[in-house]
Design a protein around this ligand. Sequence first.
Ligand code: AMP
Length: 310
Amino acid sequence: MSLLVVGSIALDSVETPFGVTEDALGGSAVYFGVAACLLHPLQVVGVVGADYPFERLERLARRGIDLSGVVRAEGESFRWKGRYSFDLQNRETLETHLGVFADFEPDIPEAFRDARFVFLGNIDPTLQLRVLDQIHEPTLVACDTMNFWIDGSRDVLLDLLKRVDLLMINDAEARQLSGDWNIYRAARWILERGPRYVVIKQGEYGAVLVDDTDVFYVPAYPLEEIFDPTGAGDAFAGGFMGYLARTGEVSPDNLRRAMVFGSAMGSFAVEAFSVNRFQEIDGTDVAERVHRFGELVRFEITADIEHVGR
Ligand code: AMP
């Protein structure tokens, strides 16, 4: 089933305790794409400036990413600059330069409008809405956002929430959006505003999927080395949506498996700078990591547990 992502295509300059990058491939659509394409072909909609190293994107595209919806506009590419704290827990945005994204009018190619699985990556919610207006009959629409838009475009974001099936954000964003420090109450607050599902990502503490009746938790993969947390959330989304598109089914069990694929892809993203780790792995590595997740959380409930406390 067809999978479409719209999001930022960026040049990232990132500083972590382990090194720096300058003008590296990044952006929500790029991280999403490199993860999702390991599971299912996808179509990307976005814009780059004349200065974007497009041949590097094309190299990635050989894995099944259709770039025909990426516009090459006059002007400068979207650039983002961030710095992480020593423990990689906090990130400070040093610069957000919208460049060609400031005047971007997404025009979804006719061939993409039948997409069944749609991910509205982190960009201006006004643009996310315009994309949604052009899609005919999606099976599942998920979206992401961040503090920049929660602060600056709150009303549009709330309009968008009425029209999406799933919101995928991190814990700090869920707190900021809902005004509640408790992530489960924050999830409830979000569910009351439209989406049927909420995924709240908690970095190294994993992620939760919440709907009206259930909560499902997936841990983060236990890694001893983390180089650059940038893009983990988008890679998570790529794994999650890639798995749903591959299987074509939005059942409760499948959503749970999609969470594990998401967490597996997030763990690959942080193992190297930029999208570099994704250039080294294939489906076998993904499957192996997903199996390890099974081991990580597997335990038997034995009969004697019933006697505890008696
Ligand atoms: P994540 O670490 O998953 O939150 O995603 C980081 C990516 O988001 C980076 O590659 C940035 O280029 C991109 N990004 C940062 N700020 C924005 C923004 N305001 N709009 C769209 N994309 C952004």
